[in-house]
Design a protein. Structure first.
Length: 513
C-alpha cells in the first residue's frame, strides 16, 4: 500500500473510532449530552457545551462522570465527609494521555480544578463545587527494581501498595503512617513517615517525578531535568501539575520491626509528654514515637498512648525503648516484632470515613512545660465528640537537610503537633469546630509554621506565603514559569506573579517538555 493511501485509511479509522466513542458516550446518557453549568478558577460562572464534554470523553480511556452518572456520587467524596462538594465533571484518568486531555480541557475553559489521589486533604481541596475533579484512582501501580533499589510509582497509588511491593524485596522507602493515604499528595507536601528519622522524608528519597503541567505537557523533573521544578515539587504541594509517576530510592531493611503501643490512663498524660520532651531530641534515628492523647465521646475514660516503631537491630530495641519503660506499667503493651507492612496499617481502622473531622496543626521545635500544661488543661471531653491530640516525631535524618535544599522549609521541627475533633457525620459541626479552635489558640503560640498536608481549611494567603519561609520567592518564580494562570490553585497555593492567564495550549503534546 502506498504511504499516502495508508495515511488516508489510518486517518479514516481514527476518525471512525473517535466518532464511535463520542456516539457511545452520548448513548449512555440516552441522548446528546446537555450543557453543564460550571465555575472558573476565579469563581466566574460559565457553561460547558455538551458537545465539548463529549469531545473530552472521546479522548479519555477512563470514565468522564457528570452528576447523575453511575459512580459519580462515590467519586466526588473524599475521606472527610464534612466536605460535601459536587464537581461539574469528574475525569477518572488512566494514564498520561488521559491526564493531558483533562488538564488541556480545564485550561481551555479556565475551570476550577481539583486533583484527588487518596482523598485525605484535611482542608477539602481534593474536591470542588462546579469545577473539574481529576480522580487518580485508576492510575495505580508499583514497579520495583531490587538490584537498582528503585521503585516507580503511578500518581494515584496508595502508600500501602508501595509498602506491599517493596517489603517483599526487603526494601523500603519512608511513606506516611496510614496505608490508604495517596502517595501523590503525601509526597508533594513533604512526606513524613515511621522511617523518616532514619531515611529522611519522602521528598528526600525522590529521584524523579513525571508531571503534567498546566500547559498539558509531560515533563520529567529530576536532578538532571527541570531542576527548578524538581526542587519545587519537593514540598511545594500540588501547585505545579498532576504527578503521574514518582521514582523513589529504596533502602534495605529487614521486614520485621519492633512496633506497637504503650497505653496509659489519661492521668499519665503529663508524664508521657515529659518523657517525649526529654527523649525525642536525642532518640536514635531508628526510633519513631508518637504520643497520642484521647478523650473519647460519651464520657469513656481518656487514654495517653505512645506509638512506637523501631527499625534498627532487634537486639538493640529494649535499650532504645528504656525511657518509655520508665513510665510504669501500662494498661496495654502491644510492642512486639511485626511486619512493617502491618505496622503501616495499624491506624487505618481509626481513620474512619463515617466521622466528620476538623484538624489544626503546627510544628514545634521543643515541648516545654508550658506547652504540656496548655495541651493537657485544654483537652476537653464531650458526650458527642472525640478529641485527639497527637504528634509526628520529626528530626533525625529528616532534620539534617538544609532548609533551602528542597521547598519544604521546616527541617528544624522536633514534631508535628495536631489536634483533631470528630463528630458523627450529619450532626451540627460548629460547636465541635469551635472547641478545636479554642484549644488550638492556647497551643499555636508554641508552634512555628505548619505541615501543608495538614493545612487548616481557613488558612489565609498570608499564612501560606509565610509558611514557605525563605523558599517563598523562589516558589513564586517557578509557579509563574510553569503555571502562570494558577490553574492548580486548590492546594497550599503559591500565587504566580501578575501575568495574564495563559491561553489554551493547542500545539502538539510532546512526550517530555
Amino acid at each position: 500500500m502506498k504511504r499516502r493511501e495508508f495515511l488516508q485509511s489510518s486517518s479514516a479509522v481514527a476518525l471512525f473510532a473517535l466518532s464511535s466513542r463520542r456516539a457511545a458516550y452520548a448513548a449512555v446518557r440516552s441522548g446528546a449530552t446537555p450543557d453543564v453549568a460550571a465555575v472558573t478558577g476565579d469563581g466566574r460562572p460559565i457553561t460547558l457545551r455538551g458537545a465539548d464534554i463529549e469531545d473530552l470523553a472521546a479522548q479519555l480511556r477512563g470514565p468522564l462522570l457528570l452528576a447523575g452518572d453511575d459512580g459519580y456520587e462515590e467519586a466526588r467524596l473524599i475521606l472527610n465527609p464534612s466536605f460535601d462538594k459536587r464537581p461539574a465533571l469528574i475525569a477518572q484518568v488512566t494514564g498520561v494521555a488521559d491526564t493531558q486531555a483533562a488538564v488541556q480541557f480545564a485550561q481551555a475553559h479556565q475551570l476550577l480544578l481539583a486533583v484527588k489521589c487518596g482523598g485525605h486533604s484535611h482542608s477539602g481541596q481534593s474536591t470542588c463545587n462546579g469545577g473539574m475533579m481529576i480522580d487518580l484512582k485508576d492510575l495505580r501501580g508499583v514497579r520495583v527494581d531490587p538490584r537498582a533499589r528503585r521503585a516507580w510509582v503511578d500518581g494515584g497509588t496508595l502508600l500501602g501498595h508501595v509498602d506491599h511491593e517493596s517489603t517483599a524485596c526487603g526494601l523500603v522507602t519512608p511513606l506516611g503512617t496510614v496505608s490508604h493515604t495517596g502517595v501523590g499528595g503525601l509526597t508533594l507536601g513533604g512526606g513524613f513517615g515511621r522511617l523518616s528519622r532514619r531515611y529522611g522524608m519522602a521528598i528526600d528519597n525522590l529521584e524523579s517525578v513525571d508531571l503534567v503541567t498546566a500547559d498539558a505537557q509531560l515533563r520529567r523533573a529530576s536532578a538532571a531535568d527541570h531542576r527548578d521544578l524538581f526542587w519545587a515539587l519537593r514540598g511545594g504541594g500540588g501547585n505545579f501539575g498532576v504527578a503521574v509517576t514518582f521514582e523513589f530510592r529504596l533502602h534495605p531493611m529487614r521486614r520485621q520491626v519492633i512496633a506497637g503501643k504503650l497505653t496509659f490512663p489519661i492521668e499519665k498524660a503529663r508524664d508521657v509528654l515529659r518523657m517525649f520532651a526529654d527523649y525525642a531530641p536525642e532518640a536514635p534515628d531508628e526510633l519513631y514515637m508518637d504520643p497520642v492523647l484521647l478523650r473519647p465521646p460519651g464520657g469513656a475514660p481518656g487514654l495517653a498512648t505512645v506509638e512506637v516503631c523501631y527499625s534498627g537491630e532487634h537486639a538493640d530495641a529494649e535499650r532504645a525503648l528504656a525511657p518509655l519503660r520508665k513510665l510504669g506499667t501500662p494498661l496495654q503493651d502491644t510492642i512486639q516484632a511485626v511486619n512493617y507492612e502491618l505496622v503501616q496499617r495499624m491506624n487505618d481502622a481509626t481513620d474512619a470515613r463515617a466521622v466528620a473531622t476538623y484538624l489544626k496543626g503546627g510544628f514545634i521545635s521543643e515541648l516545654s512545660d508550658k506547652l504540656i500544661s496548655a495541651i493537657v488543661d485544654g483537652l476537653e471531653g464531650h458526650p458527642d465528640r472525640a478529641t485527639l491530640l497527637f504528634f509526628q516525631h520529626c528530626g533525625g535524618a529528616a532534620g539534617r537537610v538544609a532548609e533551602s535544599a528542597t521547598a519544604f522549609a521546616h527541617r528544624y521541627a522536633l514534631a508535628n503537633m495536631m489536634t483533631v475533633v470528630g463528630w458523627p457525620h450529619g450532626a451540627e459541626p460548629q460547636e465541635h469546630i469551635e472547641a478545636a479552635r479554642r484549644h488550638w489558640r492556647a497551643l499555636q503560640p508554641f508552634t512555628r509554621g505548619f505541615y501543608i498536608n495538614d493545612m487548616a481549611r481557613e488558612a489565609s494567603v498570608q499564612d501560606v506565603n509565610e509558611n514557605y519561609r525563605g523558599n517563598y520567592q523562589r516558589l513564586v518564580a517557578i509557579k509563574t514559569k510553569y503555571d502562570p494562570g494558577n490553574l492548580f490553585r486548590l492546594n497550599a497555593n503559591v500565587q504566580p506573579a501578575g501575568r495574564p492567564l495563559r491561553q489554551e495550549a493547542r500545539g502538539r503534546l510532546t512526550p517530555f517538555g
